[in-house]
Design a protein around this ligand. Structure first.
Ligand code: SF4
Length: 293
């Protein structure tokens, strides 16, 4: 695409793929195959890309994912230390049990970085695909934590209720996520035909809904920690015409394991020089009533 770039105020979210693996094999994972051959992986080049993107959008969000961000704490520390105040930082992790770092070390690391980290998003699923750290660890964390659960394969309302009870008993919000490889522009906002939406609605009423061109989010219930449901398209660039000009609107920028910067999840390289000239629009996030968008 050769259109000028546009992004939302603050800049596109930057997702950084750490250069070390998680050791798990979740069946829905689309990142795993990228960790089979680690040739060219470079924490140094990733750091260079973080600096570049910080200079262009000094208020963007950074998300560390993998792989497993907590598999190499010294390397993650170097990356976190590069990011000045003004950005929000999120860490997507399994809060793993690992040989290299003990549970105590992981807890100490997260607590020592609590001033930098906006939220730790911990993957937990209805079936155990990974060796999970004990739920007792959550009480020791002094950073905000959210449970992320991908709803994949077979599941029923009773399983969802049990899962919600497990994490609400320790005060943690939960975000359920659909398998985004199945999301299309046609079904993104089709809540009436969405089995997950229906199942969560049977557990607690939908109390809020918001969305933008490429993703939407529903909240359920009004008691206890938040239960939300997140849907997103499998790509994150939209071409939009404004005042007669076609713009490529970027929502997500990806820093790959080798430091390459992509403008989308689909493998497109970011034209960094063009991104330096990015124009901004207000975030097109808006509230809506389910079924009435
Ligand atoms: S833990 Fe995360 S990165 Fe690892 S296989 Fe599972 S989904 Fe993929």
């Amino acid at each position: 695409m050769s259109n000028p770039y546009m992004t939302r105020q603050g800049g596109a979210t930057v997702t950084v793929f750490v250069p070390y693996d998680c050791g798990n094999h979740c069946p829905f994972c689309i990142n795993k195959q990228e960790y089979e051959n680690t040739e060219g992986f470079s924490a140094e080049k990733i750091c260079r890309s973080i600096r570049t993107l910080d200079a262009i959008t000094p208020e963007c969000d950074f998300v560390f994912t993998g792989g497993e961000p907590l598999a190499d704490l010294p390397s993650l520390q170097k990356m976190l230390d590069l990011i000045p105040a003004g950005h929000r930082i999120f860490i997507n992790t399994t809060l793993p049990v690992m040989k290299r770092h003990s549970a105590d070390e992981v807890v100490d690391f997260l607590n020592a970085n609590s001033g930098k980290i906006s939220c730790v998003n911990v993957s937990r699923h209805l079936k155990k695909y990974v060796v999970e750290g004990s739920d007792d660890l959550f009480a020791r964390l002094r950073v905000p934590v959210r449970i992320n659960c991908v709803l994949f394969d077979q599941y029923d309302e009773a399983q969802l209720r049990g899962f919600i009870a497990r994490f609400h008993s320790i005060g943690l919000p939960i975000q359920f996520r659909s398998d985004y490889t199945q999301t299309t522009p046609e079904n993104l906002y089709d809540d009436a035909g969405d089995p997950i939406f229906k199942m969560l609605g049977a557990i607690a009423p939908c109390t809020a809904a918001s969305g933008c061109r490429i993703r939407c989010n529903y909240s359920f219930g009004d008691k206890g920690p938040e239960i939300s449901y997140h849907k997103t398209l499998p790509y994150s660039t939209m071409t939009v015409n404004k005042n007669g000009v076609d713009y490529d609107v970027l929502y997500d920028i990806i820093v790959k394991q080798n430091g390459d910067i992509h403008s989308d999840w689909t493998g497109d390289a970011l034209d960094v020089e063009k991104y330096r000239e990015v124009v901004y629009e207000p975030y097109d996030l808006h509230d809506f009533e389910p079924g009435r968008r």
